[in-house]
Design a protein around this ligand. Sequence first.
Ligand code: PMP
Length: 436
Amino acid sequence: MADKVFNLEAALAYDRDHIWHPYTSMIAPDPVYPVVSANGVMLKLADGRELIDGMSSWWAAIHGYNHPRLNEAAIEQLGKMAHVMFGGLTHPAAIGLVERLLAICPRGLDKVFFCDSGSVSVEVALKMALQYWQAQGETEKHRFIALSGGYHGDTFGAMSVCDPVTGMHHLFRSVLPKHFFAPRPGCRFDQTWNPCDVEGLEKLFQEHAGDCAALILEPVVQGAGGMWFYHPDYLKAARDLCDRYDVLLIADEIATGFGRTGRLFACGHAGIAPDILCVGKALTGGYLSLAATLCTADIAETISHGEAGCFMHGPTFMGNPLACTIAAASIDLLLASDWQSRIGRIESGLKEGLAPCSDLPGVTDVRVLGAIGVVEMAAPVRIAAVQKLLMERGVWLRPFGRLIYTMPPYLINDAELGHLAGEIFAVIEQLAKIGI
Ligand code: PMP
């Protein structure tokens, strides 16, 4: 195999024969493109092409690639230790990161559980909610309320609270626990708030709150379930329902955290704080897989008073020092930057650049919030074909479903942003002409 690595075609054939890629067929796969390096906002392909990255590696690379400060933090930590078990040991990397997280996260959150990925942090959040009620003898509170259009990850617990249709519940019906789904919030982020929007959710609380440990939602932006931006007052109403009906609120900010929507956390748009918060993705600036589940002191203490005497979870790579060090450096970098005006600039640039798409045939909606731009099409997008057209124009995106969307690294400059939005327009225009 060593030889094949140097032979591009053979390496690609080997990849096709042996390596799973996300949501990709093993018998009729869409192409994958070899990347040899990445720097700033650019990805460099093996054939020499350079592409503007409009995806931030799925929300994660907020500072772009190969950032000197993050590299330096990684190298410094490597000289000390890459990893050490967290059971019975601790280290400055984890402590330093927790100090930073607690300083910026929504108020009231006080305890941090480190996880290896976003999906695991959702599993941890669900288990925390269950153990919290169990510890108080409320064993009947073992179900969850979630939102249609939501996405929370690919492990079993996370899948069970994803939208039943886009989350493909029918494939796993026999093993997935059944939870309750409220209609997708209908009132858009910038519309006048319509209190009727929350009626479906309220009905679920009226009927099932006694059986439910928590409501889980992605605040303001539903990501992989449809890139939908809903009204912050929905979130306020949800917080209020949780308080009135004794149900915990879990905010999944794995995609929205660390500034993406224009607030450090999307909960900030509504001025609310959850009881449990999941963060991941941009936590390490996209360098390594690390996530965290934060909760209130009350939840942590109640769980610790329960039958088990502790929270029943403990991943091998919990609190990995290398990932924690990079995450701390990434938060420092973010806070030291003028991130709010950067996001504001990206928002204006995307609004201006994508607005003309509304007039193109096949486009049903264009929406922008913070550093996220979405063009919704009437029909499913042929991903491989559209990706190829975009790449010919120097842009990297990965559309899904009916959505062509972008969330670029925050350091993208005006010219790059103009190019990105302009090429999205040009490709959609081209699609109409060639009938793709
Ligand atoms: N929750 C949300 C809102 C996400 O966007 C994702 C990742 N797409 C996850 C959870 C799962 O995270 P991971 O892929 O790191 O397991």
